[in-house]
Design a protein around this ligand. Structure first.
Ligand SMILES: Cc1ncc(COP(=O)(O)O)c(C=O)c1O
Length: 359
């Protein structure tokens, strides 16, 4: 573990996290499902502007940007992008300017979304917003903004969508170390870590981190967009993993842990949730007071619940649900979902009153 930490420490980093995020058992939810033992890693509590997984990536990306004397961050994403919101927040912390190139993922809800959730926070955080009608050519769009800003005297630093470069993914190698240390303290071995997968830096970082530590914890990515995109995700995780191993001076042919991805819980498309996701959001809220969102963490939760119910995990397995954040999207999306936010169907949770009534 020390050798991995030494390489991490050799990379520039801007400290943005408030400390290790909590790792806790989900006893009431596990009880309700009848096993396995579920746990949660609270990366929704990373501390910066409503938190989320992107904070860990931005620590290393901002370290790199500052080492290059950049004074302006540019990134892109959906109008409801958590990554864009947290890039804007990180820019504020670093005293940098920020340009966000955004595109709606659903033209029909454009009017609601541009005033709520992450889009509202982007403006509050003082970012310059460039909103496009479609998500075509956003890469070129960022280069055009950078060229314009250079003419104005700025020194821009472009961050890929989702912050999923090798440098950004170092944040999740560091998270794998944090999980391993917490597991050691708790005396638990995690068989699986399960999380929402988008641009794949989170999964690549975790897989590489566990591999570097010699742990056999399997990392299951729950795709947030449908099946057709899983080949791309497998390739992207493999590519990022190769680049990460090179940062640790290891050969890419080191035996890889298998990369597990499921597209079965993605709902109809990116940004759209189905009934399983809304049910999962209600179940987490009403068993554990954990608040999820319909774009990312709710889909991963639907997978954790669905796979548990199907008996995909053995009943004595320890399954860690990585809560990657995204809660601002709840407020933008539930308005449209309306009556989907409600009591869990068929939920018969025992309360303290039921327990007290027992002989
Ligand atoms: C809340 C949330 N969870 C999960 C993810 C997916 O992470 P990654 O892009 O590293 O796959 C994102 C990405 O935007 C996110 O915002």
């Amino acid at each position: 573990m020390k050798a991995v930490q030494r390489v991490l420490d050799s990379h520039a980093k801007l400290s943005l996290l408030t400390g290790p995020t909590p790792l806790e058992p989900l006893d009431r939810l596990s009880d309700c499902l009848g096993g396995p033992q579920l746990w949660v890693k609270r990366d929704d509590c990373t501390g910066l502007a409503f938190g989320g997984n992107k904070v860990r990536k931005l620590e290393y990306l901002l370290g790199d940007a500052l080492a290059r004397d950049a004074d302006l961050l540019i990134t892109n994403g959906a109008l409801q992008s958590n990554h864009a919101r947290l890039t804007a927040a990180a820019a504020v912390k670093a005293g940098m300017a920020c340009d966000l190139l955004l595109a709606p993922c659903d033209a029909g809800r454009f009017a609601i979304e541009r005033k709520s959730g992450n889009a509202l926070l982007d403006r509050l955080l003082g970012a310059n917003l460039h909103v496009k009608a479609s998500d075509q050519n956003l890469g070129q769009g960022m280069r055009d903004i950078a060229a314009q800003r250079r003419r104005e005297g700025f020194s821009p630093y472009i961050i890929n969508a989702g912050g999923s470069s090798a440098i950004g993914s170092l944040g999740y190698v560091a998270c794998a170390l944090e999980i391993a240390a917490q597991a050691h303290t708790l005396g638990v071995h995690f068989d699986y870590v399960l999380h929402a997968a988008g641009s794949c830096g989170t999964q690549a970082g975790l897989v590489t981190g566990f591999q570097l530590l010699g742990l056999d914890t399997a990392v299951l990515g729950v795709a947030v967009s449908p099946d057709g995109e899983q080949t791309f995700r497998h390739e992207r995780v493999a590519e990022l993993r190769r680049e990460l191993l090179a940062l640790f001076d290891l050969s890419p042919c080191q035996k890889a842990l298998s990369v597990l991805l499921t597209g079965d819980y993605s709902g109809p498309c990116y940004g759209e949730a189905d009934a399983a996701t809304f049910d999962a959001i209600s179940l987490f809220a009403q068993t554990e007071s954990i608040i999820l969102d319909p774009v990312y963490s709710g889909k991963a939760a639907a997978a954790a619940i669905g796979l548990s119910r199907k008996g995909r995990f053995s009943s004595d397995a320890n399954v860690l649900f990585l809560h990657t954040g995204g809660t601002p999207a709840l407020f933008a999306r539930y308005a449209a979902a309306g009556s989907n936010a409600g009591k869990c169907k068929g939920l018969a949770m025992k309360t303290r009153k039921d327990n007290a009534a027992r002989p």
